[in-house]
Design a binder for this molecule. Structure first.
Ligand code: ADP
Ligand code: MG
Length: 258
């Protein structure tokens, strides 16, 4: 099977006028169609750098990046990016915010607008369409950001801590909604999170990165009975806690190396 994402020996060095810092060091990664992969690791280990490289927003110092078999040379509509902060425009309605990607890529036709409307409905935002972002709760705003990301129908989603600014209950609900939506739409996803229980509950594979420089330390496959369960139910499955603690220990030793 052809991977959706392939990173070949990615090295990235940030250079400023005073110093050069090695953020990623010879990292290899393949993500396959429909897979949900989580990246965890200490703060500063290069998770955001890695996503920016896959998104085509940052050109790696060395190595090859391929998305759907094509060399990444800049952002493409096949890749959707969702961040911790929702970046909704306060002067645009929810509908106008959700459809901005279509507008920017010149695809704002009736068919796409209808699709955006039904995505908003799927996310429980029908009533909010004509409201403004400041009228919405944090969880609702993140759902709008998800619709905006999905509106252009990218096959690959990059999620950089999209739940971390939310309260615990909202976060659990949104995890569930996102993971079910992506599975149902057969999307491929890479999630960055610092919440290990979230990583185990939503992913097929959890990758632990170590820092200085950023490298893959270990990859954990999530067993099928946990993978197939919805995130809330996954947390109650046998073996969940054992896997959580195993990843936790790996993370702790990753942190020791700092
Ligand atoms: P993470 O998302 O895992 O917290 P980042 O990818 O943001 O890590 O950062 C990895 C390393 O690169 C850190 O040491 C960080 O300080 C450094 N870094 C990130 N962005 C820049 C930048 N624009 N210029 C210089 N150094 C950076
Ligand atoms: Mg980050």
């Amino acid at each position: 099977m052809e991977p959706v994402v392939e990173l070949q020996h990615i090295t990235h060095v940030y250079v400023s006028d005073r110093e050069a810092s090695l953020a990623l060091d010879g990292l290899d990664l393949k993500v396959f169609p429909g897979e949900f992969v989580s990246l965890v690791g200490p703060s500063g280990c290069g998770k955001t750098t890695l996503l920016s490289i896959v998104a085509g927003l940052l050109n790696p110092t060395k190595g090859g990046v391929f998305v759907y078999g094509r060399k990444v040379e800049g952002p493409t509509p096949e890749v959707g990016y969702m961040l911790q902060q929702d970046y909704l425009f306060p002067w645009r309605t929810i509908f106008e915010n959700a459809s901005i990607g279509l507008e920017l890529t010149g695809r704002l036709d009736d068919k796409q607008l209808t699709r955006t409307s039904s995505l908003l409905e799927e996310m429980g935002l029908e009533e909010a369409k004509n409201m403004y972002p400041q009228q919405l709760s944090g969880g609702m705003r993140q759902r709008v950001a998800l619709v905006r990301t999905l509106s252009t129908d990218p096959g690959l989603l990059l999620l950089d801590e999209p739940f971390s600014a939310l309260d615990y209950q909202t976060k659990l609900q949104l995890e569930d909604l996102i993971s079910e939506t992506l599975r149902e739409k057969n999307k491929t996803a890479i999630l960055v999170t610092h919440d290990l229980s979230e990583a185990v509950a939503v992913s097929d594979r959890v990758i632990v990165l170590g820092s200085h420089p950023g490298k893959i330390r270990r990859t954990f496959q999530v067993p099928e009975h946990i993978r197939l369960a919805r995130p809330l139910v996954a947390r109650e499955q046998s073996g969940f806690n054992e896997l959580f603690h195993e990843i936790w220990r790996e993370m702790e030793s990753a942190g020791d190396k700092e």
